[in-house]
Design a protein around this ligand. Structure first.
Ligand code: SF4
Ligand code: SF4
Length: 465
């Protein structure tokens, strides 16, 4: 029976079978939306209420598969080799750079080719506008109001008090996307990184960022991300300076960058500086990792994790190694705690790998992931899923409330996602703010948070911040 239930669950999952449940609840959303026009919350006519959250994603993430799109993609995705052939000769298999393979995949991947053509034709700004319109159409069809209105309605409904604005708390984290260059080109990358992206922070901007950090006593965490931050010329300066200033320094590593030629001492640099490593590993199965992140990525990720473990990462208290799971397709992550247990079991048993925590992230409906969903005719379903699993409790922990994000050329944003959508923070007279306009992040306290229709990605299920 247990097996049967698991099979049924998996089958429901594999078909992304949220749809039937959603159809039952769609009436509820439409009625929520219909109350928005007068900006009040009214009870709709009785309709069967779903048990929420209703995503019920099983934790056997190795069994997750992508189904066929509802409408045929214009071209067939390239096949990826997913067969794990064990730890034997792993070092030999993972020799050399991943970049030639990544570039080859980009050349052959129909999605990358279509995006590149579109980018050439429309330019980045126009593409971002179009992407926004696509999300908006899906939400309009549902009768869902804008993100802030929706939050106010939900909060009022739950507590009887209507909140006024989404305010910032003390800024505790400075996050810097120091460049867009990456040795991978994952199909869900929300920053659209690849070996073809050459944008990188220069030294002058890096120094200015560190001056701001020094002048911002409430900021205890420096969070370095990219692209692949380790492959940026300013990475070591920023990480070492952050530590000198007494901050916890996080490096968001894709793991494979540690094995790139010329990066042989990077893992040692992490350990010497006691950097907190947060690494992406969207599954413990080779097939799923390679499908999402590119051929050969799984082998290299496992090798890099073994190297980090050998230095004490995931084993010694001051060498924290956390992993990040994000779903393969248009569904929400399974519950974090049991999934973490499953990851620990699988990685230890099969590879002898240890780590500290597992974070689950929702795929944000922006950039490459929006293209991915749109081409599979799944964008509307995904937006519906996010709204249907709206979780008021995530509001308190939204990253835009206690973090400031800076891009490679010093522009300031509420978060990494807003950066990709060109929603730069605006000061007085609507001036777009850069690091050259401020001396401390405390000055950002009264700057309004810029929300939009992508923000539903941060409030679904367990949240994504
Ligand atoms: S998701 Fe991370 S590893 Fe993948 S392309 Fe983007 S920045 Fe690189
Ligand atoms: S996308 Fe950014 S601005 Fe929107 S809710 Fe998430 S963290 Fe806040």
């Amino acid at each position: 029976m247990g097996l049967l239930i698991r099979f049924v669950n998996r089958t429901a999952y594999l078909r992304y079978g949220y749809l039937n449940r959603f159809k039952r609840t769609l009436g509820n959303f439409r009625s929520i939306g219909s109350t928005v026009k007068d900006d009040t919350v009214k009870e709709s006519s009785p309709a069967p209420k779903p048990d929420l959250p209703d995503y019920n994603t099983p934790i056997d993430v190795d069994s997750h598969k992508l189904t066929r799109p509802k409408s045929r993609p214009r071209t067939v995705a390239p096949s990826v080799s997913g067969k794990w052939i064990g730890l034997d000769a792993l070092a030999e298999r993972t020799k050399g750079s991943l970049i030639p393979d990544t570039l080859k995949e980009m050349e052959n991947d129909p999605d990358f080719k279509l995006t590149a053509e579109k980018l050439k034709k429309l330019g980045q700004k126009q593409m971002t506008k179009e992407e926004r319109k696509k999300r908006q159409r899906a939400l309009d069809d549902l009768g869902v109001p804008n993100f802030v209105q929706f939050w106010k309605q939900m909060a009022e409904k739950k507590t009887g008090v209507r909140p006024s604005t989404l305010t910032r708390k003390h800024c505790e984290q400075m996050q810097i996307n120091i460049g867009l260059y990456c040795n991978q080109a994952c199909n869900h990358c929300h920053v659209e990184s690849s070996p073809k992206r050459k944008e990188m922070m220069d030294h002058k901007t890096a120094v200015k960022c560190m001056e701001i950090l020094e002048n911002s006593p409430s900021v205890t965490i420096l969070d370095l991300t990219g692209g692949a931050p380790e492959l940026n010329a300013e990475f070591r300066y920023l990480a070492a300076r952050g530590k000198e200033l007494g901050r916890d320094v996080i490096v968001r590593s894709n793991l494979t960058s540690l094995l790139e030629p010329g990066q042989e001492d990077t893992a040692q640099f992490f350990a010497d500086n006691k950097l907190h490593v947060i690494a992406s590993l969207p599954c413990y199965s080779a097939k799923n990792v390679n499908m999402q992140r590119g051929k050969g990525v799984f082998d290299k990720s496992i090798h890099a994790l073994l190297v980090l473990n050998s230095m004490g990462y995931g084993r010694e208290e001051e060498l924290q190694l956390d992993l990040v799971y994000n779903p393969l397709g248009g569904f929400l992550p399974p519950p974090q705690v049991p999934l973490a247990e499953k990851y620990k079991e699988e990685l230890l048993e099969h590879f002898g790998i240890e780590f500290n925590k597992l974070f689950t992230m929702t795929n944000m409906p922006i950039k490459r992931f929006v293209d991915f969903l749109y081409r599979r005719n799944e964008l509307k379903d995904y937006m519906e899923l996010l709204v249907r699993n709206y979780n008021l409790d995530t509001i308190d922990g939204l990253m835009c409330r206690n973090l400031m994000n800076i891009n490679w050329n010093g522009q300031i944003y509420d978060c990494d996602f807003n950066q990709q959508l060109d929603l730069q923070c605006r000061g007085e007279s609507q001036k777009s703010l850069t690091v050259w306009d401020i001396s401390s992040l405390d000055e950002m306290a009264d700057v309004k948070i810029r929300t939009d229709n992508h923000c539903f990605g941060c409030t679904a299920g367990m949240g994504s911040s």
